[in-house]
Design a protein around this ligand. Sequence first.
Ligand code: GLY
Ligand code: MN
Ligand code: MN
Length: 448
Amino acid sequence: MTLLAPDPACFIKRRKQLLAWMHRHGGGIAVLGTAPEKTRNRDSHYAYRHDSDFYYLTGFTQPNAWLVLIAGTEDQSILFCEPKHPELEIWNGLRWGPEEAAKHFCFDAAFDSGRLNDELPRLMAGHPRLMTTMSRPSDESFFGMLRGWVKQAGQQVRGARAYPTNWLDISDVLAEMRLIKDEVELATMRKAASISALAHRRAMQAVRPGCHEYELEAEILQVFRKNGAQSVAYESIVAAGPNACILHHRAGHDIMRDGDLVLIDAGCELDGYASDITRTFPANGKFSGPQRALYDIVLAAQQAAIANTSASHHFNAGHEAAVQVLTRGLLDEGLLKGTFEHALETAAYQQFYMHRTGHWLGMDVHDVGSYRTPPLSNEDQPWRMLSEGMVLTIEPGLYVRPTDEVDERFWHIGIRIEDDAIVTANGCELITRDVPVDPDEIEALIRG
Ligand code: GLY
Ligand code: MN
Ligand code: MN
């Protein structure tokens, strides 16, 4: 086994950016921990996944690690991580250890995380301001530890020097930084998106009436891993027929029947970055009349949302455009009654479309960042303008549950079409289109 460190350049740059922000806000010490390891059952663990904020600033993916940034007379970046341990490494794999980590990840210093209780109070002494991701802690127990170190720092300085009496939340600062992706991040996200698109193609090629949801999940996972993705970005949704109307239906044991639609919402995580794709297609390779009618409406809604995604639109413009097309289509097909204006005003579409048209995408599938104009993120603020380098999903859908008011032909049809888009000056770059959305192309792919 060998350990691979990412190119440290972008992580150094982000730490510098955060340190500059800290200086602008009076200086101080920032402490961030990575995510804890989690037990699945007895002595088995879930696959380890680092904390996204921590990774963003360090590039470091091993557990039990901490970052300390000091914005003082001299700036410092310090890592705490697990020490080398030849015996445990035989069981669990190589550890970087502080010495190698400092070298490869370019920290000013690195210590064994077993020394946190000694070093943190010492490092905190002299700094009245402590900064951390208070609204997004990697681990709730982290605050208890921080409080303990602050208390010790107070005891050590005995009133002669400052110690952290002022806590500052840096969750929003990091969210704003994370919202605009740099070229390194965009390159990774394009790769993750292509792998996921390939996986969706494979599922379309593998589907047949009689096949189980879990079989298509297996096809998807095979492509993710075979192409180097470390994980899923979220648990895969594979929904046969009526299950598509359950928005987060996990791939289960249900069978796709002749005439059913299949909805797959699945995306891989590559090098810490998510992708998020949904496609809906006929198990037998041919959309029925009602299925095709609703599919065309959702596709037109997505096209309208895409046309309203650019650096000169606000975040909600895509949703507003999609909702208009969905409403018009639902009226045309008789699923809604009355006038267009009244249906829109009363949000009548919500009976068939109960989620929003998109969300930020990044290291987390529902990535951080305010949807409203900063500095406040409350609902009274106007929607924020999109900017180049933001990444979001565009994912309208329609879900028809059986009711007396709806023609039976449409019952149990659930459709969502979801692509990932990078905002550009004049529009957006769709990075997930290696898998078709056009219904004729989809049918051709299924039939081979
Ligand atoms: N896969 C979760 C979502 O589309 O938001
Ligand atoms: Mn999504
Ligand atoms: Mn999705």
